[in-house]
Design a protein around this ligand. Structure first.
Ligand code: ATP
Ligand code: MG
Ligand code: FE
Length: 339
């Protein structure tokens, strides 16, 4: 099985070719950091235009890298949401056009499902069910992954996403965009106990998250403490919240095969290290994709396409692009953002 995957939901344009036996034959990615940097965040209209320019050459390059043509693929998988609607439409419409022209099925992939299944591309031994901490630019959720298309959300953030908290902290510290990697680098030179910061919802019975109060506390600390100490203290506070909430979820989730982390913030070394220790405490495996597979890419979309195609799940060409698209059917029941 060979799947072409396309991704364009935020500020990365990407195309990849992945096989059903987990070989990434090609993955191409064009970031837009330079275009958005002057604005301190992603500007939707600039992103959509950049996706239009980048998408076709990236697909051609990925096909050339893999030494295959469109006739060789079994299906075209494209992100159909959630994300910035203009960008999502570029990838989805391109995917539909290619599928139609080549007479191949379309697989409309939920971007979050791409993140959620990416650990199975990295690790052939990861089986269901697993507890997934999904930490990205727009989301912070704990999901029980029971199979392809079977996601039960145990927790979400009631305000900011965790990647958003990293990005806002970076902005407050003048570190530019995107902020996560910059905060992590600066944190390595700081004292994580120097700045007293809150641990929102730590110890709460429900395993939900909150990061807005932490961000406000960082804003108050700016100018009072050294930037490296703020970065280190912020990162420690985030890690302690993630661990506390994940421990709570492990207690209520029932037996799982593994503790898994995915999404852009999963690239963070402190987050990975602490979760690995927590998995060790519980005597379960810990799985984290390599960093390049944590941040947005098309290999995870192609892989989710493989999993869905193998399960017989393809989509009609009139499938809509969706700005909002929760992974689990009960998502509306949970208060707040992050769905
Ligand atoms: P979503 O997947 O929720 O739609 P997104 O696609 O924009 O959002 P990702 O690409 O998965 O998000 O992740 C990007 C986020 O990850 C950004 O907020 C970025 O700051 C954060 N991030 C990336 N690397 C690191 C790191 N090393 N430490 C902390 N955060 C990081
Ligand atoms: Mg990005
Ligand atoms: Fe993402």
């Amino acid at each position: 099985m060979l799947i072409l995957g396309l991704e364009s939901s935020c500020d990365e344009t990407a195309a990849a070719l992945v096989t059903g036996d987990r070989r990434v034959l090609a993955h191409r990615l064009a970031g837009q950091e330079a275009a958005h940097a002057p604005f301190g965040g992603v500007v939707p209209e600039i992103a959509a235009r950049a996706h239009v320019e980048a998408m076709e050459p990236l697909i051609a390059a990925a096909l050339a890298d893999a030494g295959v043509s469109l006739a060789d693929v079994d299906a075209v998988a494209a992100t159909a949401g959630p994300g910035l609607i203009g960008g999502v439409m570029v990838g989805l419409v391109t995917g539909k056009a290619l599928a139609h022209a080549a007479g191949k099925p379309l697989v409309a992939v939920n971007h979050l499902e791409g993140h959620a299944l990416s650990p199975r591309l990295a690790d052939p031994d990861l089986s269901y069910p697993y507890l997934l901490l999904l930490v990205s630019g727009g989301h912070c959720q704990l999901l029980l992954v029971e199979g392809v298309g079977a996601y039960r959300r145990l927790a979400t953030t009631i305000d900011d996403a965790v990647g958003e908290a990293f990005d806002k902290t970076a902005k407050l510290l003048g570190l530019g965009y995107p902020g996560g990697p910059a905060v992590e680098r600066l944190a390595s030179a700081g004292d994580a106990r120097a700045v007293p910061l809150p641990r929102p919802l730590k110890g709460a019975a429900e395993p939900h998250f909150s990061f807005a109060g932490l961000k406000s506390a960082v804003a108050r600390a700016v100018g009072q403490h050294a930037p490296a100490d703020i970065a280190a203290s912020f990162q420690l506070a985030v890690v302690e919240c993630l661990i506390d909430r994940t421990r709570r979820a492990l207690a209520v989730a029932g037996p799982v095969q593994a503790l898994v982390v995915a999404g852009g913030v999963a690239a963070n070394g402190a987050v990975r290290g602490t979760l690995e220790a927590l998995a060790g405490e519980h005597g379960i495996r810990f799985v984290a994709p390599p960093s390049w597979l944590c941040t947005d890419n098309a290999a995870m979309i192609a892989w989710a396409g493989c999993e869905r195609f193998a399960a017989g799940l393809t989509d009609p060409l009139d499938t809509p692009a969706r700005a909002r698209w929760p992974l689990d059917p009960d998502a509306g029941a949970v208060r707040g953002a992050g769905v």
